[in-house]
Design a protein around this ligand. Sequence first.
Ligand SMILES: *Cc1c(COP(=O)(O)O)cnc(C)c1O
Length: 463
Amino acid sequence: MPNDVRYVSTRGAAPELGFTDALLAGLATDGGLYVPAQWPALPPRAPGATYAQRAAQIVQLFIGDELPAATVQRLCDEAYATFSHPAVVPLVQLHHEHFVQELFHGPTLAFKDVALQLVGRLFDEVLRERGQRVTIVGATSGDTGSAAIDGVKDCANVDIVILYPHGRTSDVQRRQMTTVSSPNVRVVAVEGTFDDCQDMVKAMFNDAEFRARMQLSAVNSINWARVMAQIVYYITATDLLAGPINVCVPSGNFGNVFSGWIARRMGAPIDQLVVAANANDILERFFNRNDMSAAAVVPSLSPSMDIQVSSNFERLLFEMNGRDGGLTAEQLQRFRTSGRLSVETDQRAEFIEGRFQAARLDDTETLGVISRTYGESGMLLDPHTAVGVGAVAKLRAAGTLHGTTVTLATAHPAKFPDAVERATGVRPPLPPHLADLFELPEQCTVLPHDLAAIKQFVSTTFR
Ligand SMILES: *Cc1c(COP(=O)(O)O)cnc(C)c1O
């Protein structure tokens, strides 16, 4: 029986696509994000299934017959063999009824590896079959760049150029990008800010001729395949803990927590989804007070959550609007002009009350959680994970969160050693596979903040 999985845009005015086209497109032509036309039901876990086997079973539901099962299994096996823990995403108990799911055992020590190791391989496979190549261009302030580079560094059909602001990332973050020695990887230090880098990437995508000639592509967090790959660990947590469980997610662009929403929609026994925020609390205000109003970004100790407009929230909004793309587009347009968004009482009753909770922590509270957790259990938490652990503690103290809860650990403590040392006096060492990070030679091109120079570099560096 053919299994034709279709994807629709959250703004309702772009053509429906199959999985492969949605993967390569990233953003839909109407500016919307792709979601499957229907949510599949969760199949039971085969006894003894490994993480990679459960992953292949689940992602196949979203790929349909565009890739054979043996191929999907091979790509999952390869992607998750890059993780340095045999359980891939181990569950560790922190406290009475509180577990941490460590998503940071991938090559670059952040949870983004879970998706990008698979997405890079999916890109390479479908491009090889079609006889095409793409050039991925992206801007990074730290984590995403290294995870994207690592995900595609062995791909024959993908070139990647990552721009970062010269002198403005941590040494670990920079070296994780500049020490990758692959013929298809280029790292550019731009003499400018992160926003300058991002604006130049947008300008390249907005230049239709350049975009087509270079076959530009993106792997940012709105790409459907990233959201898809993240569904799996919510499901394996419920498999192992035999649910119902709550899951707490240190959140930024809302991609990770939306993956949890999908897992629950498919039937995984997840009770509450807890959105944890730092001082950039637009999501917390929306969930607790129906107030989504953009403010200026405040730098924090958990920089990967320093986001004001969460791009993946659009996917939840589409669901809350009964999948009415026209209405969703209208609401987002109003949000862009007025800076505010709120939803109807009945939408909140159906989608939010009793389903989502939210809490925020400032930097002082975050350091307190890292210190207290280390004192209680000897576990070192990175600042992003600490925001999640602290959010659970707050909601339990308030009497709103009950039962077994899993907090997603989104980064390895050694990725943010300064904050961890400040809170505990202990500087977490890099794991063995990165121990030589500070000895490897760096390769990087410094370019001015000048679009013409960057375009010239992108178009000539690989050919
Ligand atoms: C990207 C990132 C986040 C935020 O994830 P979203 O999917 O954008 O909500 C949280 N923590 C870390 C360490 C990250 O790298």
